[in-house]
Write a protein that binds this ligand. Structure first.
Ligand code: ZN
Length: 173
C-alpha cells in the first residue's frame, strides 16, 4: 500500500482542467495509480478522490460510496462523461482538498455517467443520491472546478472566511 499526498485548495492543480488519458496510458502504471488512490481515499475517510487532488492533472477519479441496500458503488472512472442528469438534491458536501469544511451544495439527484475502467473498457453508471453527488463533485475536479464554485455567493463567502481561519490555525496544511 502506498499513500499519495493530498493537495489542498488553492493549489493551482485543483484549478486546472485535467488531460484525458490516452490509449497508451492504460498500463500497469495506471493500475498502480488507481490502487494508490483508493488506499489514499480510504485512509482519509473520503468517498471520492480525483487525480488533481493528488497533484496529477488528469481526468480520472475513484469513488467508494455505500448504498442503501448494500449496493455500494466502488469504481475508478477514467475520462468520465456525464451523459444524463435529472432532479435536484441539497446536502452537506465536503472535499479532501478542503479539510474540515462542509457546506450545503445543490446538485442533481440522478446521474448517468460513462467512463473507461483501468483496462480501457467503457461502462456506464446510473446512480442517485450520494453516489450522484460524488460523481458530479469528482467530475468537476477533472474540469478544474472545486465545490466552492458550486456554492451560492453567500455560502462561498462564508466558506472562504472559514478557510482563512483554518489556515491561520494551521489546520489547513
Ligand atoms: Zn473534492
Amino acid at each position: 500500500m502506498s499513500l499519495l499526498d493530498i493537495v489542498y485548495y488553492p493549489d493551482p492543480v485543483l484549478l486546472s482542467v485535467g488531460k484525458p488519458l490516452e490509449d497508451e496510458e492504460f498500463d500497469g502504471h495506471l493500475e498502480t495509480l488507481v490502487s494508490n488512490m483508493f488506499d489514499t481515499m480510504e485512509k482519509a475517510d473520503g468517498v471520492g478522490l480525483a487525480a488533481p487532488q493528488v497533484g496529477i492533472s488528469k481526468r480520472l477519479f475513484v469513488m467508494d460510496v455505500p448504498g442503501e441496500n448494500g449496493d455500494r458503488v466502488r469504481q475508478a472512472l477514467i475520462n468520465p462523461e456525464i451523459i444524463h442528469i435529472e432532479g435536484e438534491q441539497v446536502g452537506d458536501e465536503g472535499c479532501l482538498s478542503f479539510p474540515g469544511l462542509f457546506q450545503l451544495v445543490k446538485r442533481e439527484m440522478r446521474v448517468i455517467a460513462r467512463a473507461l475502467d483501468v483496462k480501457g473498457d467503457e461502462f456506464e453508471l446510473d446512480v442517485d443520491d450520494l453516489a450522484a453527488r460524488c460523481i458530479l463533485h469528482e467530475t468537476d475536479h477533472c474540469d478544474g472546478i472545486v465545490f466552492l464554485d458550486r456554492m451560492t455567493p453567500l455560502k462561498r463567502e462564508l466558506a472562504k472566511r472559514k478557510i482563512k481561519t483554518l489556515q491561520k490555525t494551521g489546520k489547513w496544511n
